[in-house]
Design a protein around this ligand. Sequence first.
Ligand SMILES: [Zn+2]
Length: 160
Amino acid sequence: MGILEKITRNVDNRYWNPGVGAFPVKNRYTAGVAGQQFFERLKEDSKIFGTRCKTCETTYVPARLYCERCFERLEEKDWVDVGTEGVIHSFTVVHKTLEGEAKEKPDLIAAIQIADGILIHRLGELDDMEAYIGMKVAAQFKAKADRRGGINDIDYFKPL
Ligand SMILES: [Zn+2]
């Protein structure tokens, strides 16, 4: 199937065959223009970027191209380095795997507020009895060689 042909079966989205040989496509959607740049900055610079709307002064994390409050277009000049620290807005303790089996050690998953946005991520270097809403945390990045340009380039957030 060529890239310009209309897809009529969902399964056809999984492979692109340019005539040389098929290769698997693991994602059907891209991260978009803002998402791609957000992930590249994580991967290349260990930085978390947001976009700031000058009209309503909202700083979106992750970065976005439009302000959802006042519909302003957010451009390159509106990108801001928001640092790598945030605050636990909410968290939960996960005791089971996706298959429903008990985990040896529970995972802590948190909504971490950075500027006016939220990132959902793992917490590390603390146990579930130590975590609390309002706790200040910082991103712990993976080694650069292990990064893939996704949110998991941050290994976890740890207490400050
Ligand atoms: Zn705005």
